[in-house]
Design a protein around this ligand. Structure first.
Ligand SMILES: [Zn+2]
Length: 324
């Protein structure tokens, strides 16, 4: 499914590629669920395509076909390994070694680092070397929703490309096509809770996401009322840790915005159910932790331990708030 709000950016990127104005290390940033990964994949395909005449990858040439079958010899994606919480240095070293070789098919080799902020310090240092001495014909596309966590030395060597959430009307139109089984008020609520990010809103709606989210909201309220942390979570939390983290991030964000008086009409009734007057910095920290938790949710690392730790910090924050 194409994402209509990306088309302006895609047109500009295509022109920049034609005119050789695009730096060889674009860093795609923006909130979660706005289509950064989709834009990155589009860009990779556009760079590797042998006949990108129409403003995008042709979808037909040998390069496009190999990319579609995930067997392109000049494409090197890097993600967090399944059994890890971060991108290790080996992954970046192997990427760097691959990028300097001669392209097999066309004229370029492309690396893609998903969740770039998940690189550990050694990995980031190894990447810095590659960025300082870029190989001819090599491209490195980085994706990050927390670019502030990347070393400044890396950011300064990348060309920033920011994906913003689309106007609400466009987002709702797209959501109506993407999630026709939901009524308009549910779609609006999901979009609002997702900071206007349409893909995030779609995820909230799918798999009874909203119901689960409200369950997690109730758990946060229960802890705030003094229920023990160990009593509020149930098996579903661990079966779908990504959703659990997503909702912990959503509710942290709603509380942060509420504290600053920024909540939208749709969010206000929900925010009022949560404790107010909380330590802003601690809240922001919890939000960051939930985002990080989500990024590593597919790993085999024990999610229940991390979520419980998060809930204990939430509990401690409430106690601090009550005692001042
Ligand atoms: Zn092509």
């Amino acid at each position: 499914m194409s994402l209509p709000w990306l088309s302006d950016l895609q047109t500009r990127l295509d022109a920049a590629l034609h005119e050789q104005r695009l730096g060889h290390a674009p860093l795609i940033t923006g909130p979660q669920g706005v289509g950064k990964q989709q834009l990155a994949e589009w860009l990779v395909a556009r760079i590797l395509c042998l006949e990108p005449g129409s403003g995008q990858a042709c979808g037909q040439c040998r390069s496009c076909q190999l990319l579609a079958s995930a067997s392109h010899p000049d494409f090197f994606p890097v993600a967090i390994p399944e059994d890890k919480k971060e991108i290790p240095v080996d992954a970046i070293r192997s990427l760097s070694q691959n990028l300097v070789l001669t392209p097999s098919i066309g004229t370029h080799r492309v690396g893609l680092i998903e969740v770039a902020e998940a690189m550990n310090i050694n990995a980031a240092n190894a990447l810095l070397k590659t960025l300082e001495e870029p190989a001819d014909n090599a491209w490195l596309v980085l994706v990050s929703h927390q670019p502030g966590r990347l070393p400044a030395t890396i950011r300064s060597r990348c060309q920033p490309i920011t994906v913003h959430p689309p106007a609400r009307e466009l987002a709702l139109q797209w959501l109506a096509d993407a999630c026709p089984g939901f009524d308009a008020s549910k779609r609006l609520q999901a979009l609002s809770l997702s900071a206007e990010a349409p893909l995030a809103a779609r995820e909230l709606l799918e798999d009874d996401g909203l119901e689960f989210g409200l369950e997690i909201l109730e758990a946060l309220q229960a802890v705030a009322r003094g229920h023990p942390v160990t009593s509020v979570a149930n098996d579903r939390w661990w079966q779908s840790p990504e959703q659990t983290w997503r909702w912990l991030a959503v509710w942290s964000r709603v509380m942060m915005r509420h504290a600053h008086g920024f909540d939208s009409d749709e969010q206000q009734p929900i925010a009022q159910k949560l404790p107010s007057g909380l330590d802003q910095r601690a809240l922001a920290e919890l939000w960051q932790q939930a985002l990080s938790g989500r990024a590593m949710a597919s790993s085999t690392v024990r999610q229940d331990l991390f979520v419980t730790k998060w809930l204990l910090e939430w509990e401690a924050m409430i106690h601090r708030g009550n005692s001042t």
